[in-house]
Design a protein around this ligand. Structure first.
Ligand SMILES: CC(=O)CC(=O)SCCNC(=O)CCNC(=O)[C@H](O)C(C)(C)COP(=O)(O)OP(=O)(O)OC[C@H]1O[C@@H](n2cnc3c(N)ncnc32)[C@H](O)[C@@H]1OP(=O)(O)O
Ligand SMILES: NC(=O)C1=CN([C@@H]2O[C@H](COP(=O)(O)OP(=O)(O)OC[C@H]3O[C@@H](n4cnc5c(N)ncnc54)[C@H](OP(=O)(O)O)[C@@H]3O)[C@@H](O)[C@H]2O)C=CC1
Length: 284
């Protein structure tokens, strides 16, 4: 199947990165969000990223312009009517995702693949909101998308071989490394990563050490590029909480219970880097 045009839903940190790598691979991209100010924010993130590439001499100014010219913006979901693939990267919430997939199923062409960048939610359940579950698949990018090589590919119960191959080929075209995993809560990446982050939050909650000390231990002691609390702020504390809740509910095992401190920060609106405050504070 030839994929020429892709719609990315959600122009947040993941959606803007996903749109950027597709445009860099020569595909036409529609970047969609609820409000034009969110889409503009996504466009400005991409423009800054590409400008950095120009300054480093990796691409020319003309390349940057042609990449950006391949991206159009949308606040109207009917713009999915002529795309080959939709990649959903809206908030990590099952109700929002199933509502979006049910609507997309009505709008997108019959041949279109509906992919989700969910970081933990069951693909099979998202697929069941459509009448084309064989064309629904998990395409899980890592943050920051332009830098990280992995794409975790997750088949739902009904996903067809043809659709799996098309998404695997698309990932290779983006110069990513696809890894296939089964449809279980958190897949592989977040089943392993998120309990570590949650445990790091517990060490702060229980007064074992300060956030700075926890991060320093993991950076210098384990050679992690970022400490777990810096990483949690970078991912978004809301997303971290939603993932822990999915693991907790999905496995019914208390070892996945979210730390109360994580819940408290999210309730306070301390969502990490994107809101200016989490375990650390950030300049706007
Ligand atoms: C929650 C989920 O469902 C799944 C997830 O995504 S979990 C999160 C997975 N991601 C991680 O674990 C990231 C861990 N951190 C890292 O790997 C590194 O700290 C990092 C790549 C983010 C930054 O690397 P660094 O060496 O500390 O900083 P820096 O030298 O500024 O950046 C390295 C490169 O990344 C680029 N970069 C950094 N942040 C970027 C961003 N937000 N967007 C685009 N590019 C970025 C820089 O431009 C630089 O590019 P070049 O090498 O081409 O010059
Ligand atoms: N952060 C990470 O490191 C990773 C996240 N993911 C997954 O990617 C998805 C997005 O995460 P992330 O980019 O971090 O989140 P962000 O909060 O940065 O962005 C989400 C965007 O989606 C928008 N949105 C919400 N609801 C809808 C809707 N119904 N239609 C269209 N747009 C909508 C949001 O708008 P508003 O601000 O109004 O809510 C926001 O602009 C989640 O499923 C997450 O689990 C996957 C890998 C890594």
């Amino acid at each position: 199947m030839e994929i020429k045009k892709v719609m990315v839903i959600g122009a947040g940190q993941m959606g803007s990165g996903i749109a950027q790598v597709h445009a860099m691979a020569g595909l036409d991209v529609v970047l969609h969000d609820l409000k034009s100010e969110f889409v503009e924010r996504g466009m400005s993130t991409m423009t800054k990223n590409l400008l950095r590439q120009v300054e480093k001499g990796r691409i020319s100014e003309a390349d940057k312009e042609s990449i950006l010219s391949r991206i159009s913006t949308s606040t109207d979901l009917t713009n999915a009517s002529d795309v080959d693939v939709v990649i959903e990267a809206a908030v990590e919430n099952m109700d929002i995702k199933t509502a979006l997939f049910a609507e997309l199923d009505q709008i997108a062409p019959a041949h279109a693949i509906l992919a989700t960048n969910t970081s933990s939610l069951p693909i099979t359940e998202i697929a069941a909101a459509t009448k084309r579950p064989e064309q629904v698949i998990g395409m899980h990018f890592m943050n920051p998308v332009p830098v990280m090589k992995l794409v975790e590919i997750i088949r739902g119960l009904a996903t067809s071989e043809k659709v799996y191959q098309a998404i695997k080929d698309l990932s290779l075209k983006l110069e990513k490394t696809p890894v296939e995993v089964n449809d279980f809560p958190g897949f592989v990446s977040n089943r392993i990563l998120m309990p570590m982050i949650n445990e790091a939050i517990y060490t702060v909650f229980e007064g074992v050490a300060s956030p700075e000390a926890v991060d320093e231990v993991m950076k210098l002691g384990m050679n992690h590029p970022m400490g777990p609390l810096t990483l949690a702020d970078f991912i978004g504390l809301d997303t971290c909480l939603y993932i822990m809740e999915t693991l907790h509910e999905g496995f019914g095992d208390d070892k996945y219970r979210p730390c109360p401190l994580l819940r408290k920060y999210v309730k306070a609106g301390w969502l990490g880097k994107k809101s200016g405050r989490g375990f650390y504070t950030y300049e706007a």
